[in-house]
Design a protein around this ligand. Structure first.
Ligand code: BGC
Length: 380
């Protein structure tokens, strides 16, 4: 009895100490636990949520930036590996990183010259990517603490993160109330459900920025991974990676309608690949109509791991880690060199606020911004 009381006391203290709101959820074999991810310079404790499903798949997510820090999945033989690039503690993220695993907002991707006009009024945003605005500005949604509530339901176990982005934060109009609900299911899916509402007209484009390496994080480059993207068209860009229109992928190294190794054509003498320093483009998902569609499938031949990406969004940015250069030292002191990870960011198209032919990213009071994406892990 004494032992039980001591244990309960220990658990309560652990929750108070880490700032986690207990109790731990448990649904069937899906569980959520919460621990400390380190004390931030301002004294706040960052939380780390660990989701586990009945297959032993584990996903860890912190409330700093709603960042997915670990995705541990089996290979074809059942051996587990962490397939997400990231850091071991919150302070390593705070030191700076290229959006590893983060929720990116208020506007993921680029806005030309950091300017857009909405209802006749011009707004000016940070130009934090040469002449352009990237990923929400100086302090985007990847660098804020989100409120977090762990849950378990019939579908799986997860965490709902919410954040109020105040009117004119980073130059964007309107108080934006947003949430991202991550769910780990027993089908080895990590599902993201995004929602947002505003009190003034604004632009919104939330996305998720995990860098994957299906052979295991930090083990090598991703050039032998094979990728299929269900897209007949993409948005070609200028040197600043701002779209210049819509083009067919046919007959170009951008054609991934048939599964092809990332490294096969990445260094081809093709203007778009020169501008992007490799693949760093938005593909237009075929037949996107707001329902959940398979957008991409990636296969890693050695481990037999496969990842499928399903989304309700019209576009997907495929970025193959061209700017990784070995200066980011990640989990377990792994060095993230050139092209050691790839991203598949489901989204609306880059620079949509300035491109009248692209699907609209305007959100008005009374409207609900909503989309969902699934990263599903399988083996051959
Ligand atoms: C962009 C890249 C950028 C990377 C990290 C991607 O979404 O397309 O150009 O380097 O994010 O910031």
């Amino acid at each position: 009895m004494k032992k039980v009381i001591v244990f309960v006391l220990f658990l309560s203290l652990a929750f108070i100490f880490t700032g986690c709101q207990g109790p731990v959820n448990d649904f069937g074999k899906c569980t959520v636990t919460c621990s400390s991810f380190g004390i931030m310079p301002d004294g706040q404790t960052a939380k780390l949520f660990t989701l586990t499903n009945k297959n032993g798949m584990t996903v860890k997510i912190t409330n700093y930036g709603a960042i997915v820090t670990h995705i541990i999945v089996p290979d074809a033989k059942g051996d587990m590996a962490d397939v997400a690039l990231g850091h071991d503690n919150v302070n390593d993220y705070i030191k700076g990183h290229p959006y590893f695993g983060a929720i990116v907002g208020r506007y993921g991707n680029r806005i030309a010259k950091g300017k857009f006009t909405l209802d006749g009024k011009q707004y000016t945003l940070a130009t934090n990517n040469d002449a352009n605005h990237l990923h929400g500005g100086e302090k985007g949604f990847d660098k804020v603490i989100w409120d977090a509530a762990a849950f378990a339901d019939d579908f799986g176990a997860g965490v709902r993160f919410s954040y109020l982005s105040k009117d004119m934060e980073e130059g964007y109009p309107g108080n934006l109330n947003c949430s991202v609900r991550y769910t780990l299911t027993n089908n080895n899916e990590l599902k993201l459900d995004y929602e947002a509402t505003t009190d003034k007209a604004t632009v919104v484009n939330l996305t998720h920025h995990s860098y994957f390496n299906l052979a295991g994080q930090g083990t090598g480059d991703i050039l032998s991974h094979e990728i299929m993207i269900d897209a007949d068209y993409f948005t070609p860009v200028d040197e600043g990676l701002i779209p210049t229109g819509i083009e067919s992928v046919k007959g170009t190294p951008m054609d991934f309608t048939k599964s092809t190794a990332i490294g096969k054509r990445v260094d081809d003498d093709y203007q778009q690949l020169i501008f992007g320093k490799g693949y760093d483009h938005n593909w237009i998902i075929n037949n996107a109509d707001g329902s959940m569609k398979l957008a991409a499938r990636v296969t890693e031949p050695t481990s037999g791991r496969i990842m499928e990406v399903y989304t309700t969004e019209p576009g997907i940015q495929f970025y193959c880690g061209n700017f990784l250069d070995g200066t980011n030292i990640g989990k377990g002191n792994k060095v993230y060199k050139h092209r050691y990870g790839f991203c598949l960011e489901t989204q609306h198209f880059p620079d949509s606020p300035n491109q009248k032919d692209f699907p609209s990213v305007v959100l008005r009071p009374g409207q609900l911004y909503r989309h969902s994406t699934i990263y599903k892990f399988l083996t051959k």
